[in-house]
Design a protein around this ligand. Structure first.
Ligand code: PSU
Ligand code: MN
Length: 308
């Protein structure tokens, strides 16, 4: 495995010393946001995590190597280039063996985090069951990796480009807890409330870390969804954003956008239709998630250190 992996020395040291580390995905950089906002975003996210006393580990494939913790040059390349593969599980072996550059989705990032022992991961929104999945079969690989990797994923829920009730059903089938942070209901990415209940509400990072410790100490394999609502000032009015999402979905359908292109297409279309409002909110919710993830990682590190 080592021949394909390059762990940044700061990350390796923190893992060895059982200090808090937060994994970050790179699809959000290469395919989720435009340049230069994407580069500002990742720099700020890494700074937030450091300010909270944790070590950021952004994950991507560079020249066929799986990097855990990226240099400034690599981050810039991912942010600027349009030659970056979108990497889910089925793409990892191809990209590494063919020496490609690739940005990892939630699913691939979880897999790699688990390989190196990172337990907490911050992102914007998870993938899920797409709307009309009964016709397209389009269900994100993210849900399978949530089912099997021991990693807690902090997100602002799943956005309404997806079918939220079906996504929740799928997570239930797979035994993945959906934990609302200071909320009883699943946030819907750009908006604080989807009206669908979460499984459990926990109000403190330490309580979430205790649940993670209980789950994995009991050998209950798999991840958790930590759903963290977007801060109120940046929340977008739901009827307005849902109208834009509906138009984006119709356009995707008319253009026959399929497979891995769907999510990036919808994100950029929604940004265009909202004249950039959605991107502003997207940035703020990612910062909010990074902060909570670092706090959870710190609490979890305290628990594992106390166990020796
Ligand atoms: N949701 C966002 N922004 C993103 C993604 C999801 O708000 O950039 C990305 C994540 O990397 C997620 C991926 O893992 O899209 C899901 O893609 P798909 O639906 O093709 O599985
Ligand atoms: Mn898909």
């Amino acid at each position: 495995m080592k021949e394909y992996l390059k762990i940044h020395p700061d990350v390796a040291k923190a893992l060895q010393e059982k200090r808090p580390v937060v994994a970050l995905e790179s699809t959000i950089i290469a395919h989720g946001m435009p340049y230069p906002e994407n580069l500002d975003m990742v720099n700020r996210v890494e700074a937030i995590i450091q300010d909270e006393g944790a070590v950021p580990a952004t994950i991507a494939i560079i020249d066929g190597f799986i990097h855990v913790g990226l240099s400034k040059d690599s981050l810039e390349m991912l942010a600027k280039s349009d030659q970056i593969m979108k990497i889910s599980k089925r793409d990892i072996a191809y990209a590494t063996s063919q020496k490609k550059h690739g940005a990892t989705t939630v699913s691939a990032t979880m897999l790699i985090a688990e390989m190196v022992g990172i337990k907490v991961f911050a992102t914007g929104g998870i993938g899920g069951v797409h709307r009309y999945a009964e016709q397209t079969f389009d269900i994100s690989r993210d849900l399978e990796e949530l089912a099997s990797c021991d990693v807690a994923v902090v997100s602002a829920g799943a956005k309404a480009i997806l079918d939220l009730p079906k996504t929740l059903e799928y997570l239930e089938t797979k035994g993945v807890e959906v934990i609302g942070y200071q909320t009883d209901r699943l946030p819907a990415f750009y908006t604080r409330d989807s009206h669908y209940p979460v499984d459990y509400r926990l109000d403190e990072p330490l309580a979430i870390a205790r649940l993670m410790d209980a789950k994995w100490s009991l050998g209950l394999k798999g991840g958790l969804v930590i759903a963290n609502p977007i801060p109120e000032p940046y929340s977008i009015q739901s009827s307005w954003i849902n109208e834009k999402i509906e138009s984006a979905l119709q356009e995707a359908n008319a253009l026959q956008i399929k497979g891995k292109e769907t999510t990036p297409f919808l994100l950029s279309k929604v940004k265009e239709l909202t004249k950039g409002e959605s991107l502003k909110s997207n940035l703020e919710l990612v910062y909010n998630n990074a902060r909570l993830a670092a706090q959870i990682a710190s609490s979890y590190a305290t628990i594992t250190q106390s166990k020796g």
